[in-house]
Design a protein around this ligand. Structure first.
Ligand SMILES: NC(=O)c1ccc[n+]([C@@H]2O[C@H](COP(=O)([O-])OP(=O)(O)OC[C@H]3O[C@@H](n4cnc5c(N)ncnc54)[C@H](O)[C@@H]3O)[C@@H](O)[C@H]2O)c1
Length: 327
């Protein structure tokens, strides 16, 4: 248990690894012994432009520290690019064990001001980018019978933020994707987990989130330490390690703190005797409907369906029996 986590012999791909969180993940993966493909388009905060030197600079940092890495500047959201990025990792390093889906950009503006193009761009980079990279990598991992996916969600997607509607939708979409990949990977020793980070990066700053500033008050100089992206990288390293048995989880991480974030379903309220649910019953039983004290966190749609519908089937059977008795 006291052994440090090592990733020697492992090959990792980190998308958007030229800056911010991705850069911190790539540096730590390499420091722990993994060979890293540093992918980054080198675009602006809003997805504009490109600059291959952004990924190259991180490769230099890794090499200077004695690690092994290669750079790739393709945009992740095109399926042919995603294929090429995964091929690059495999051709260069011989396998692919770890994929950190991290690249992305932001649009922060009122709901009404999101144009269809902005919505397309945001959904493309986050959802399609993570999708196509994972699909290409999955084929390699399936053959290896080993793989570790780490997806990047956001509190904007798990909990909502009125200024980032497209981004929030994309980040929640990534969770759905990760949950499906987690189940598809189970028979092949492939896991998929999600981090939902808080970090001081150009994107974190552009979010203009009030909460940390309000909490920290006059100790603003502490914010850079509290929101150091390396806190999030620690969760990434653990989720990327062979010894990590977690699958299908979401970890919120930041400021030296890490916690399970879950979509809990309550025990709910059941209409008796198989009768048709009415709007009035929903209204009149709201306390039971909203009660999370017996909440669970199902690990697949099948599991939720079985647990949720069991009482409904029992109620329907009870209704059917009493009908039979009275007829
Ligand atoms: N910083 C936070 O507090 C925070 C919170 C929640 C989620 N996130 C998520 O973490 C991830 C990293 O964000 P960050 O804060 O480090 O931002 P960042 O802007 O510092 O870094 C993102 C990197 O992704 C690259 N990138 C963008 N589009 C790309 C594309 N199409 N192909 C390849 N590379 C591309 C950019 O060039 C950039 O270097 C993002 O998915 C973001 O949504 C960040």
């Amino acid at each position: 248990m006291n052994e440090p986590i090592r990733l020697d012999g492992r090959v990792a791909l980190v998308t958007g690894a030229g800056r911010g969180l991705g850069r911190a993940h790539a540096l730590e993966l390499a420091a722990r012994g993994a060979k890293v493909l540093v992918n980054d388009l080198g675009c602006g905060l809003f997805g504009d432009g490109e600059d291959p030197s952004v990924a190259e600079a991180v490769v230099s940092e890794i090499e200077t520290a004695g690690g092994e890495a290669a750079s790739n500047a393709l945009a992740i959201e095109k399926p042919e690019n995603a294929e090429a990025i995964v091929e690059h990792a495999v051709e260069r390093f011989g396998r692919l064990d770890i994929v950190v889906n991290n690249a992305g950009f932001l649009r922060r503006r009122p709901f009404a001001d999101h144009t269809p193009e902005m919505v397309d761009d945001i959904l493309a980079v986050h959802v399609k980018g993570s999708y196509f990279i994972s699909q290409a990598a999955f084929a390699v991992m399936e053959q290896q019978r080993y793989g570790r996916f780490i997806f990047t969600a956001s509190p904007g997607g798990t909990r909502g933020n009125p200024w980032v509607t497209a981004y929030g939708a994309a980040k929640a979409g990534i969770i759905g994707l990760a949950q499906c990949v987690a189940l598809a990977g189970e028979p092949h020793n492939i896991t998929a987990n999600v981090i939902s980070p808080f970090a001081a990066t150009r994107m974190g700053d552009a979010m203009e989130t009030k909460s940390p500033q309000e909490e920290i008050g006059e100790h603003a100089e502490l914010l850079a330490d509290v929101l150091d992206p390396r806190h999030a990288s620690a969760a990434v390293i653990y989720l990327a390690s062979e010894g990590c048995a977690l699958n299908h989880t979401i970890l919120t991480v930041g400021g030296g703190r890490v916690a399970l974030s879950a979509m809990i379903i309550g025990d709910g309220w059941q209409m008796p005797d198989g009768a048709l649910l009415t709007p009035e019953a929903v209204r009149d039983h709201l306390p039971e409907v909203l009660d999370l004290s017996k909440g669970t966190n199902p690990t697949s749609s099948d599991q939720e369906g079985s647990a949720f519908l069991k009482p409904a089937i029992k109620a329907a059977m009870a209704g059917h029996e009493s009908e039979n008795r009275s007829s």
